[in-house]
Design a binder for this molecule. Sequence first.
Ligand code: NSS
Length: 429
Amino acid sequence: MIDKVYCVDVKPEMEGKKVKLAGWVYRKREVGKKVFIVLRDSSGIIQIIFRKEDGDAYQKAKSTGIESSVVVEGTVKADPRAPTGVEIQGERLEIIQNVEFFPITKDASDEFLLDVRHLHLHSPKVAAVMKVKATLMQAAREWLLQDGWYEVFPPILVTGAVEGGSTLFKLKYFDRQAYLSQSAQLYLEAAIFGLEKVWSLTPSFRAEKSRTRRHLTEFWHLELEAAWMDLWDILKVEEELVSYMVQRTLELRRGDIETFRKDFTTLRKTVPPFPRISYDEAIDILQSKGVEIEWGEDMGADEERILTQEFESPFFVYGYPKHIKAFYMKEDPEDPRKALAADMLAPEGYGEVIGGSQREDSYEKLVQRILDEGMDPKDYEWYLDLRKYGSVPHSGFGLGLERLVAWVMNLDHVRWATLFPRTPSRLYP
Ligand code: NSS
């Protein structure tokens, strides 16, 4: 019995060794009395040569189509001309399932690729994105563990809005109305009273009709919430966490990132402290560049893209006007027009990847904000209770994982950063 190895494990030093590999036919060409198959598995690719004198294996190699699943046995041969400096002299080939015609060909359109996303996942380029996403979260977990944060598991079926009612997905919950969670924040706020520093990774849902390159209707949301932290404390957490995620992923997944990104400058510069500018300064910059925006207006993707031209790393914009931000954000005691809120924007045009704030910890002010927003304090009774029984200053934030992946991987749309994207027009596959 020969043990199965991965493509990446086959090294030139193993010259003469017998190996067994399992994977999919990535490329195939016939030259004279030889068939060259490039085998693909989750780790990478390797070239396998079948010669006519190999008989059965050669005949099978000739007959397999692209993306067929196969098991191969052969002998390792170092060869500087091979794509990975090493190849395999094929001796046995078992076709697990032969594919005559794989529906995805070179000139497939983006829309078609999304229609057959379940097959698109064969692609090593897609795999590179998913590996980077997994590694970013692995890094996040490493950082969160060593910095003493507890992972918690909040509900997805909820009764109230966090980020405004207009983007809630409604569903029938027996004979009541329920929603899909937009953010775990309110539940994380409840959890800090026993655990102080908590985090969760959950799917979040937004019925956003906006068809931009940064909106999904379902995205993965990494959220942190901490007792005894003010806005400036939580910004430090954000920059340390994000820089660790990026630096660690650079260290472990450089090759995968290179699939899409040629220039690593901004990733390398993702180290604390990130630049911080106030909303007022952001408006000044935008106006000086001829953008028509007045103090008090929200910044959209276009305004953010222009702002990102000023920075070579992620940066913060803080001190937004209160009325354009969510009800739970604490009013700035030094300027009641403003909220103690900050977004983290990624460079190179990407814009917002994190929204965060200090939370309003006064019961009266929070009730007033809920009323001002036209909402019913009765719907937030349990949340308001948190301000009655041992209320503490606290802060938190939410990071959109697909947005971070899209920036790190230099993708043109967040939909490429998730296995099966959900958008207003796409619910299948
Ligand atoms: O709406 S956020 O700005 N803020 C919150 O939901 C807070 N309640 C989070 C918290 O403090 N715990 O969303 C946070 C991030 C935002 O910066 C984006 O990166 C991402 O979530 N986000 C999205 N990603 C993809 N698609 C959509 N539609 C989307 N909406 C937000």
